[in-house]
Ligand binder design. Structure first.
Ligand SMILES: Cc1ncc(COP(=O)(O)O)c(C=O)c1O
Length: 360
């Protein structure tokens, strides 16, 4: 039995009628940009996260750039960012005029910690970006205690929980991606910024709309970066199901554990006190090539997302050359994402584990 790396459609099967209805509602309304669907989604998503404000934007990458700009980040500033993350986390910094300063991760959780961030601070650090990688939740309170604004890159963590607030309500400001394969995925690009700070939210609203509050006078060089009505309507259908899907992702992780995967490879470890909605289920192994071969032979999906960490990617060498991040290099060399979805059942987990067990 083949097992795909993702399954983005099965969970939507029961919602197809409602999704068609939402699309028809937008077509009939003839409001396509910044209308009632975006406003309603912003309210509903802010409620879901437990944040006072949510602002829809065009994607998760621009969400970061705009959030940093709203924090006042600009030329001459530094932003601390992990290197073991999707490229966009760091790529979103130079457009503000600031420079990325790469920090290491905790080897077990793949997230930044107060210690790894502290090692990268300088007098020019203006903000810290903590990525909730793979759905795990970085320890934001400890990082915030360093005394700088913290941006949560929560692109991979919609639906994850902590014993306190959810991702999106832990830091100074947070950013989300609604790329179709994400835990909450649109049918195209989309993103959001959440914050508890009304002034920051206002600046974000102004920046996403050409740096203007009224399209007559302009206060900043901003962006045309909006979530559109169709995507907002589609996301509104899905949001009420996000918690069930997150439970499904956790259950899938549990299936892997119960099927004995932890005896064969290193399983991802949740940050203390957090319940990750695994966006990617990433295991680690010193002989990762033989793991890849075994999965490929059994028709099981896998992907080495971050084999070359961001600070070693050519466009980042300007800031990354000479930076030594041992935990990042080790994770980059050994990690492998295996199938994960809200509907991955025990039989599929058994199939994956059997393939891993059978490798030579
Ligand atoms: C950690 C992380 N940050 C940022 C992004 C960028 O989001 P987008 O693709 O919506 O621009 C993504 C996902 O693509 C991501 O996984």
């Amino acid at each position: 039995m083949a097992v795909a790396l993702f399954d983005t459609s099965t969970a939507l099967n029961g919602l197809r009628q409602e999704l068609r209805g939402a699309v028809a509602r937008v077509l009939d309304s003839e409001r396509y940009i910044l209308g009632p669907e975006v406003s309603a989604f912003e309210d509903e998503f802010a409620d879901y996260c437990g944040a006072a404000h949510a602002v829809g934007v065009a994607n998760g990458t621009e969400a970061i750039t705009i959030a940093l700009r709203a924090l006042g980040v600009g030329p001459g500033d530094e932003v601390v960012v992990p290197s073991f993350t999707f490229y966009a986390s760091a790529e979103a910094i130079p457009p503000t005029g600031a420079t990325p300063v790469f920090c290491d991760i905790d080897p077990d959780t793949y997230c930044v910690t107060a210690d790894t961030v502290r090692a990268a601070l300088t007098p020019r650090t203006k903000a810290v970006m903590a990525v909730h990688l793979f759905g795990n939740v970085a320890p934001i309170a400890e990082i915030a205690a360093l005394g700088l604004p913290v941006l949560e890159d929560a692109a991979q963590a919609a639906g994850s929980r902590t014993q306190g607030p959810r991702p999106g309500a832990l830091g100074t400001i947070a950013t989300f991606s609604f790329f179709p394969s994400k835990n909450l995925g649109a049918f195209g690009d989309g993103g959001a910024i959440t914050t508890g700070d009304a002034e920051l939210a206002e600046r974000v609203r102004m920046l996403r709309f050409h740096g203007s509050r009224d399209k007559i006078s302009y206060e900043q060089v901003g962006y045309n970066s909006r979530l559109d009505e169709l995507q907002a309507a589609i996301l509104r259908v899905q949001l009420p199901h996000l918690d069930d899907w997150a439970d499904g992702r956790r259950r899938a992780g549990e299936h892997y554990r119960q099927a004995g995967l932890g005896e064969l490879v290193t399983l991802p470890r949740p940050v203390a006190g957090c319940a990750p909605a695994w966006h990617l289920y990433v295991v680690a192994d010193p002989q990762v090539e033989s793991l890849e071969a075994a999965l490929a032979g059994a028709d099981i999906g896998f992907k080495a997302y971050y084999r070359t960490p961001v600070h070693r990617q050519p466009p980042m060498l300007e800031w990354g050359a000479g930076v030594e991040l041992p935990a990042t290099d080790r994770a980059a060399a050994r990690h492998l994402a295996i199938p994960m979805s809200p509907v991955l059942g025990r039989e599929q987990a058994d199939e994956v584990v059997a393939a891993v067990r059978a490798r030579h």
